[in-house]
Design a protein around this ligand. Structure first.
Ligand SMILES: Nc1nc2[nH]cnc2c(=O)[nH]1
Ligand SMILES: [Zn+2]
Length: 469
């Protein structure tokens, strides 16, 4: 069915600034057939929209779909997951007592290698896309595997399901098991280019799906491979994603594998290695960044590289508590990542909640103003989940908020309104809202207790991509 012009009515909530949400009540948002927001009006209803807005937009009165947020419901920008591994999805929740390097060898490389089976890849990728959409993730920066056909399949499936995505074929030519590694820097580069070409053919305008250059992390990439990927990024202006400073043993490995004599880097720090390889750019997404030094954070800030904060993963793998306030104070653009399956949850709402809690752990033991400063607020983590994420993946101005000219990537959130007899909607999940509670109460209640039961509908670029039945 051809898309119609759409009129969304009700309450809209989005981030205005890092620490400020904006509430638009009794508002309307008009979305045209291309999925672009063409009008936003406060204190407006359907009749007034028809009278004032439709003529201005040249819309046919009788050919507009109307979507109304009911009592207890609101429209919120779609979440952006700035870091996750699609092939690891079957392993969510499975990590035992491992830490990063043994977790990679025990759990992660085997599951990733197994996805060279196309039937399994289709099954897993279909599921992870559906699952993340059902949690309101309208855009995801995916790592796939080293296998080109299944990486390409992931991009095709995102496109078919309507999920906005960056899809990266993983590069790793050392420090990896024989059964799962690139045989040379040249073959890794060729495979990467093959996948990029496929994704460009699949979505030539990159309106939904785009390729991303993906050196797994420094330890698993040789100097020649990293250099070639840096060059490719400079030539193509494509984004880059990788991991940085997640875990102590990983950082020690980087120091051992990449002395400045091998890289011509200014020192043996993790960030300096990426910088010397041309991989630390304004289009680079660095996952974790838990243990950056002062000098490294300054370098990341100077290069305007972005950080994906993955609090569920950093806690699960006992990697550490990232210093988010410190990074934000340096002006480093940050978003949130589930990092499945280092992270155990497919939900960016869960990542937001966990980001708050991790920041509170950082505050413990730091009395007074210093501790208070560590704490992230509900408003701040919702910014990271939407506008911050959009900046991280290079889509600021296009998604992450409700302004004219932006695309309609949104979720309809519904909370459980409790009636006078104490009943609430059956599928309302854990968020019970009482009539006397206002929006300033409802939003934190959603962040702390919400889940996919509250994600009623999800749109990407105007297309309905998930509806909770
Ligand atoms: N969390 C996480 N860290 C990594 N470092 C290198 N590979 C990975 C991975 O798959 N997950
Ligand atoms: Zn990761």
């Amino acid at each position: 069915m051809a898309p119609k012009n759409r009129l969304f009515l009700g309450s809209f909530v989005h981030s205005k600034a890092l620490d400020e949400l904006e509430y638009l009540h009794n508002a309307v948002v008009c979305v045209d057939t291309s999925g672009t927001i063409v009008a936003v009006e406060r204190e407006c209803d359907e009749a007034r929209a028809k009278e004032i807005l439709f003529p201005r937009l040249g819309w046919d009165m009788d050919d507009v779909e109307v979507v109304t947020a009911q009592k207890g419901q609101f429209f919120f920008p779609g979440f952006i997951d700035t870091h996750l591994h699609a092939p690891q999805y079957p392993n969510v929740g499975i990590f035992g007592n491992s830490t990063l390097l043994d977790w990679l060898n025990t759990y992660t490389f085997p599951i990733e290698a197994s996805l060279s089976d196309p039937a399994r890849a289709r099954q897993v990728y279909t599921r992870v896309i559906r699952k993340t959409l059902s949690h309101g993730t309208t855009c995801a920066a995916y790592y796939a595997t080293i296998d080109v056909p299944s990486t390409n399949l992931l991009a095709d499936l995102c496109l078919a399901a309507g999920q906005r995505a960056l899809v990266g074929r993983v590069c790793m030519d050392q420090f990896s098991p024989d059964y799962y590694r690139d045989s040379s820097p040249e073959s890794a580069l060729a495979a990467t280019c093959e996948s990029i070409a496929h994704i460009r053919r699949a979505d030539p305008s990159m309106s939904l799906v785009r390729p991303i250059i993906t050196p797994r992390f420094a330890p698993s990439c040789s100097v020649p491979l990293m250099r070639q990927l840096g060059q490719l990024a400079a030539e193509t202006q494509l984004p880059i994603q990788t991991h940085i400073s997640e875990n102590g043993a990983e950082i020690a490995t980087v120091k051992k594998l990449f002395p400045p004599s091998a890289t011509s880097a200014q020192d043996d720090s993790y960030a300096a290695v990426y910088d010397a390889m041309g991989l630390l750019t304004e289009r680079t997404i660095l996952a974790h960044a838990v243990h950056l030094t002062e000098a490294e954070a300054e370098l990341v800030a100077a290069r305007n590289a972005k950080v994906s904060h993955c609090p569920c993963s950093n806690t699960a793998l006992t990697s550490g508590a990232a210093r988010m306030r410190w990074l934000l104070d340096k002006g480093i653009v940050c978003g949130l990542g589930t990092d499945m399956s280092g992270g155990y949850s497919p939900s960016i709402l869960a990542a937001a909640r966990h980001a708050v809690l991790v920041s509170r752990h950082r505050a413990m033991g730091r009395p007074g103003a210093e501790g208070e400063r560590e704490k992230l607020s509900v408003e701040e983590v919702l910014f990271l989940a939407t506008r911050g994420g959009a900046q991280v993946v290079g889509l600021e101005g296009k998604v992450g908020g409700f302004e004219v000219g932006m695309e309609w990537d949104a979720q309809l959130v519904g909370l459980g309104m409790v009636d006078e007899e104490g009943n609430a909607e059956e599928d309302g999940g854990d968020v019970d809202v009482f009539g006397w509670q206002g929006w300033e109460d409802m939003i934190p209640k959603w962040v702390y207790n919400g889940d996919d039961r509250n994600t009623k509908k999800v749109w990407v670029k105007g297309r309905l991509v998930h509806e909770r039945k």
